[in-house]
Design a protein around this ligand. Structure first.
Ligand SMILES: [Zn+2]
Ligand SMILES: [Zn+2]
Length: 339
């Protein structure tokens, strides 16, 4: 393992265990500094112990690179690996049959890492596909992408796929706000061009049940939506505090999802775990499709999937109704079903 791989692996393991951002950042920044260094300069600096002269490389990160260059697993990494393993063992078996992830963010909206790093991590996790679903324009707090920026991102994703080659596909996508009036927050033209549309409610979460139901049903009726994101909007733990689930007529909402072939997301983020168990079981009974997604905002969070998988197992979600167990061609035939 070289120094760059060791730094990236450490950052990944820290991110998936929800380490503070500043700790992760030290390793991500050092990785970037090492990656852009000419090979001969890197070798010289390792030999002369002068890596710390580089901006973004400190004593701890320099030690990791030097240990890796010496042919040993860096001590800091060895410690982290000792407690690695699946985040939720109850989801580990199902996780092996998930071929991809349909909900992730890059630093184009409110994620912490460039698109390339997210894509490469998805590939390293063994996925066949990963959908990049940055936020839509109205979510300004999360730097939602305007139509113009999304256009630009689509060009970049296409170029990246040419580099990534066969065997892994970075799917284009959007996490599109379901507006208060039930419309989707992006032009139909662009919604028709991306591979995956996750539709989510991000505002007025405390609206009364009738209002929320009407809003969600209108979103689900939209021909471009593929996945209904974190349907209750609840937060059960974490830095943003807690938030109760939104109230809506679950019977009507899940019946509409089943009827329209819209997948109900099983959001794997530990602070969301959305939908709650009772609602998830109700969606199973209603005949819905499901998508087990990470909603990752950093590469290491792409490993959250075992949390969602464990929930799916616990609530009896049939595997053939989990869209991300499907091969890519089947998945894409589904997302383009009624556009
Ligand atoms: Zn969201
Ligand atoms: Zn999201």
């Amino acid at each position: 393992m070289d120094g760059l791989s060791a730094l990236r692996r450490i950052a990944f393991l820290l991110e998936r265990s929800l380490a503070p951002t500043y700790r992760v950042k030290a390793f991500r920044t050092a990785a970037l500094a090492i990656a852009t260094l000419p090979a001969d300069e890197l070798a010289t600096r390792i030999r002369e112990h002068s890596l710390t002269e580089l901006p973004g490389v400190g004593p701890k990160t320099a030690a990791v690179v030097e240990e890796a260059a010496g042919g040993v697993v860096p001590a800091y990494l060895a410690d982290l690996e000792a407690s690695a393993g699946p985040l939720d063992p109850a989801g580990a078996d199902l996780r092996t049959r998930l071929r991809g992830d349909l909900h992730s963010h890059s630093d184009w909206s409110d994620g912490g890492s460039p698109i390339e790093e997210m894509a490469i991590t998805g590939l390293e996790l063994g996925h066949d596909y990963l959908a990049l679903t940055d936020h839509s324009p109205r979510l300004t707090v999360a730097h939602g992408l305007t139509a113009k920026r999304l256009e630009k991102q689509l060009t970049l994703v296409a170029a990246m796929n040419r580099q990534l080659g066969d065997g892994f596909r970075l799917l284009s996508g959007i996490e599109c706000d379901i507006n208060e009036d039930g419309t989707l927050d992006q032009t139909d033209e662009l919604l028709g061009r991306v591979d995956i549309v996750v539709g989510s409610v991000h505002s007025k979460l405390r609206a009364d049940s009738a209002t929320m139901t009407k809003r969600m049903l209108a979103g689900i009726e939209n021909p471009y939506i593929d996945v209904l994101g974190h349907c209750t909007g609840r937060l059960v733990t974490g830095g943003r505090g807690t938030r109760p689930p939104s109230s809506f007529d679950a019977k009507k909402v899940f019946a509409a999802c089943a009827e329209r072939g819209v997948a109900v997301e099983i959001n794997s983020r530990p602070e969301r775990l959305d939908p709650p168990r009772a609602l998830l079981k109700q969606a199973v009974a209603a005949g819905c499709l499901f998508s087990i997604d990470t909603d990752a905002h950093a590469p290491g969070q792409l490993d959250f999937q075992t949390y969602g998988a464990a929930r799916a197992v616990e609530c009896g979600v049939p595997e053939d109704r989990i869209v991300n167990t499907w091969p890519l061609e089947t998945l894409l035939a589904w997302t383009t079903r009624d556009r």
